[in-house]
Design a protein around this ligand. Structure first.
Ligand code: SF4
Length: 378
């Protein structure tokens, strides 16, 4: 069965943030028009000129809104022509504050976008400039107000904690500002210092000190308690939603389901194979033009890997991994496959196995990575 979710990558940004290791390019002087054309070709070839029914479309980056209104409209129109979104389906576009005026937002709405994910990160200008963001807290608030005015109800914002120079007071102020703005979904991630980023260079030079783990954990606890009190469900380790606003697209990943991936450096999962497109822009454009695909690497996922991934990804969700579903997919219970790991982790108070589902406990949520590594089969 063909996947019902699709990810489209727009690898352009108007700034390069100091922490970012995504496949992205500073937009000036890039072959944007050729890229937009290649995206359409890649999609058409993959769908074999058929209109594909989908339940979720996600345009991420980079920054989709770094595109001009005309280029973004072309991308959305191409998607519109090649796909049919199910009733109740989700169509998300990532937005950077200050890059979407009323016209751009209304155009997105008209072409079927029904969810926005806004990269706010923090509500303090001093902190935003320290991480290389060029927008201000005021612009973030303005973009949110414009999005609501354009008729978007399903809005998510991204926030970051564990940032250099970020105090608990700043973090609490950011969360309270988000709550006052009445945003129904928030994704909150701690800073990870990744290779090939400015932060990594500064860290290696001794010019950047990561936040101590216990302080970072306190920030996570502050987040979960404030959001819980405000009626948000921590439906995934880093994602919080008011009822009915859980991200459908991300659940495709956490449920270990297949999806199409289009664009430079995009990942996809199709017919039991995970694949990655070539990342450099010109390589991507030429590959699509000449070979009708830009796939650079393919990996056939073994049964063992599928079962491992099912646990790593599924345990991130509050509802955990459902044993009935696991049995349907793999023909046996997770209790049989992970016969040593599960009882040991339950004994340590990190997992709980009730009502046919395996879930992380509160303690397990804080120690997620330590739990996940126990599900590696040798
Ligand atoms: S974090 Fe987003 S806006 Fe910043 S460089 Fe990365 S992709 Fe671009």
């Amino acid at each position: 069965m063909a996947p019902t979710a699709m990810y489209v990558h727009i690898p352009f940004c108007k700034q390069i943030c100091y922490y970012c290791d995504f496949n992205k390019f500073y937009i000036d002087n890039q072959p944007v028009t050729e890229y937009v054309q290649a995206l359409k070709q890649e999609m058409t070839y993959a769908f074999q000129d058929k209109v594909l029914p989908l339940s979720s479309i996600y345009i991420g980056g980079g920054t989709p809104t770094a595109l001009s209104i005309e280029d973004l409209e072309t991308v959305l129109t191409d998607i519109h022509e090649n796909t049919r979104l199910d009733k109740g389906g989700e169509f998300t576009v990532e937005v950077n504050p200050g890059e979407a005026d009323a016209d751009k937002l209304l155009m997105m709405k008209k072409l079927g976008v029904n969810r926005l994910s806004i990269g706010v990160q923090a509500f303090q200008n001093s902190l935003l400039s320290k991480i290389g963001r060029t927008h201000s807290a005021e612009e973030a608030q303005e973009t949110i107000a414009l999005a609501k005015k354009a008729g978007f109800e399903n809005i998510s914002i991204d926030l970051m904690f564990g940032l250099p120079g970020q105090t608990m007071e700043m973090w609490e102020e950011t969360i309270q500002t988000m709550l006052a703005l009445d945003i129904p979904h928030v994704s909150a991630y701690s800073l990870k210092i990744e290779e090939k980023t400015m932060f990594y260079n500064w860290y290696r030079q001794g010019a950047l000190e990561p936040m101590p783990e216990d302080e970072e954990a306190q920030m996570y606890e502050k987040l979960t308690s404030l959001l819980f009190d405000a009626g948000y469900d921590a439906y995934e380790i880093s994602n919080f939603a008011k009822k009915g606003y859980e991200s459908q697209h991300n659940q495709v990943y956490w449920k270990n389901e297949e999806y199409f991936g289009f664009g430079a450096g995009a990942h996809g999962y199709l017919d039991g194979e995970r694949y990655m497109n070539t990342a450099p822009l010109n390589h991507y454009i030429k590959a699509v033009q000449h070979e009708k695909t830009a796939v650079k690497e393919r990996h056939s996922v073994s049964l063992k890997e599928k079962m491992e991934e099912e646990m790593f990804m599924g345990l991130r969700m509050k509802k955990g991994v459902d044993d009935k579903r696991f049995k349907e997919k793999y023909g046996c219970s997770y209790l049989e496959v992970f016969e040593n790991a599960v009882p040991a982790l339950i004994k340590q108070g990190l997992l709980i196995n009730t009502e046919g589902s395996l879930r992380l406990t509160e303690k397990g949520r804080l120690l997620g990575n330590e739990v996940f590594e126990q599900f590696l089969l040798d």
